[in-house]
Design a protein around this ligand. Structure first.
Ligand code: C5P
Ligand code: MG
Length: 226
């Protein structure tokens, strides 16, 4: 293990065997390749169901730019190269964001009596992230998997790149991100498929059609778990 990971683990004190959140908290992982439409659909689901939407990538970008962050450079390099940031950093950011959302004591569906519902978008990207999250934070009820072709994703990312200002929405980084997705993230999806937790939705069609299908699937899921 590289020395810097040891250091990160020390700093974050993540070693407990008890998960941070109990079964009152509903977690849905949202996966799919870069440009598959995860963020777009999550925004719709927030309106439909009152989820707290946490994008791992957005949290990492915020940490990258946070004054005084020790991980700014590391995160920047990983994002540009399309590689996975050491899991301790990302899991801790998610855990903190979840604690903050629960502390707000939100009103509305799914938030009474210490309950909460979360869409964890773009996570887990690699098996070790999945294992660490489920061990230290909580179990996911399901995985929403937005699937489409590499061609569609490339087109969307290049279009987004015209205005996103993201350092990784360029052909060179996109190729690397596709590779990481195939090598590291697909095994995570396959793992959850074996557990029967994956809801796959073809996201090649229009935003509205994907939304309708996703909304139906999530309605079904929440009626079984709350
Ligand atoms: O999900 P998004 O495309 O915004 O992620 C951008 C980058 O953030 C990824 O390519 C990767 O470098 C990093 N990331 C990560 N682990 C995650 C999510 C994102 O390392 N779970
Ligand atoms: Mg996103």
């Amino acid at each position: 293990m590289p020395a810097f990971i040891d250091k990160i683990t020390d700093t974050l004190h993540l070693s407990s065997h008890k998960t941070a959140f109990d079964s009152k908290v509903t977690v849905i992982f949202v996966l799919g390749g870069p440009g598959a439409g995860k963020g777009t659909q999550c925004a719709r689901l927030v309106e439909d169901f009152g989820f707290c939407h946490l994008s791992a990538g957005d949290l990492l970008r915020a940490e990258q730019h946070r004054e005084g962050s020790k991980y700014g450079e590391l995160i920047q390099t990983c994002i540009k190269e399309g590689t996975i940031v050491p899991m301790e950093v990302t899991v801790n950011l998610l855990k903190n964001a979840m604690s903050a959302a629960l502390a707000e004591q939100r009103a509305g569906d799914g938030w009474a009596d210490g309950r909460g519902r979360f869409l964890i978008d773009g996570f887990p990207r690699q098996m070790d992230q999945a294992e660490m999250f489920e061990r230290d934070v909580g179990k996911a009820s399901a995985v929403l998997f937005f699937s489409t072709t590499q061609e569609v994703m490339l087109e969307r990312l290049l279009e987004r790149g015209k205005t996103s200002g993201r350092e990784d929405d360029n052909v060179e980084s996109i190729k690397k991100r596709f590779n990481t997705y195939k090598e590291q993230t697909m095994p995570v999806i396959e793992h959850y498929q074996k557990l029967g937790k994956v809801i796959e939705i073809d996201s090649s069609i229009s935003i509205e059609e994907v939304h309708q299908k996703t909304k139906a699937a999530v309605t079904n899921l929440l009626s079984g778990s709350t």
